[in-house]
Structures are given as structure tokens and as C-alpha cells.
Design a binder for this molecule. Sequence first.
Ligand code: HEM
Length: 154
Amino acid sequence: MWSSTLTAYLHYLGFMVAFAALVVEHQLFASELSLKQAWRLVITDSLYGLAAVTVLVTGVLRVMYFGQGTAYYLHSPVFHVKVGLFILVGLLSLYPTISVITWISGLRKQEPPTLTTAQGQRFIWIVRGELLGLALIPLLAAMLARGVALPFLA
Ligand code: HEM
């Protein structure tokens, strides 16, 4: 019972930290970044990555051991949409993550990143898209837990 409880707790905690990290990234980001801001973005994005992995690992554990049986999830369109959305958010996060990784060598030489307006706009809109995607996933999770079907498939 404790392993199931702990897995569920880490699933929620991972989600909360991932969402909070994205909000912080959104707040920190500016088209002209100081060294300090850029380092903070690197750290926040790493925390986001760690939290997303926690959500994924605990989600897989719930599917395999602690949920309503693997077959239930694998045959559920709601589950497919939930995981699809999670993958989509993961793909979106590649752009900010790759961006901050490319800054690191410059930051080590005390050089802040220089971004074009287009790059800055892309970064911020992608983070907003991730936040929207993440905000929708708990709705699908709640539907999944209660056996509620997708309205357009019912
Ligand atoms: C950001 C991504 C995710 C969020 C926000 C999220 C959120 C949640 C929440 C809030 C619940 C509890 C639902 C309830 O009891 O009302 C839940 C349950 C669950 N999640 Fe996730 N989840 C995410 C990703 C995943 C992934 C990637 C998987 C699988 C690979 C997964 C598998 C599950 C399973 C199996 C349950 C238990 C559902 C049940 O009780 O039947 N989750 N999730």
C-alpha cells in the first residue's frame, strides 16, 4: 500500500514541480538575459527535466503495478490522449532545453546569450504552449481514474 501511495505522491509532486518550473522559466525569460538570469534558466530547465522524468516513471509504474490493470489503460482512448499530450509537451520542451544547453559554454566564459527577437518570441510561446498542455493533462487523468469516456468518442 505504501509503495502505491508513494508512487502516486511522486506522480503529483513531479507534476507540480514541472508546472512550477515552467512558470518560473516564463517569468525569468527576457530577450536580453544577464548571466545570472541565464544560469537560473539553465537550473530551472534541468529541474523541469527531472520532474518530467519523475512524472513519466511514476506514471509507467502506476500503469504496470498500481492502477486498474495494464489492459485497462492500453485500451483506453483517454489514456492514449493523455500520453500523447505528455509526449507533445515533451517534444515542445526540446526547443527551450536545447537552447539553454547551447548557452552553457558561453556562460562558463561569462558571456550571456544573445537572442534574436524571433528566438525570444519562439522560446516564450513554446513555454506557454507547454503550460497549456500540462494544464489539460490532469483533466484526462481524472477522467481516466473514473472511467469517463471522451465526449466525441462516446
Ligand atoms: C504531466 C503529465 C501528467 C499529469 C499532470 C498527470 C496527472 C495525474 C493525476 C492528477 C492523476 C490522478 C487522477 C485521479 O485519481 O483523479 C494521475 C493518475 C494516473 N496517471 Fe498521470 N499524469 C501525467 C502523466 C502520466 C503518464 C505519462 C502516465 C503513464 C505513462 C500516467 C499514468 C497515470 C496512471 C496509470 C494513473 C492512475 C489512474 C487511475 O487511477 O486509474 N500519467 N495522473
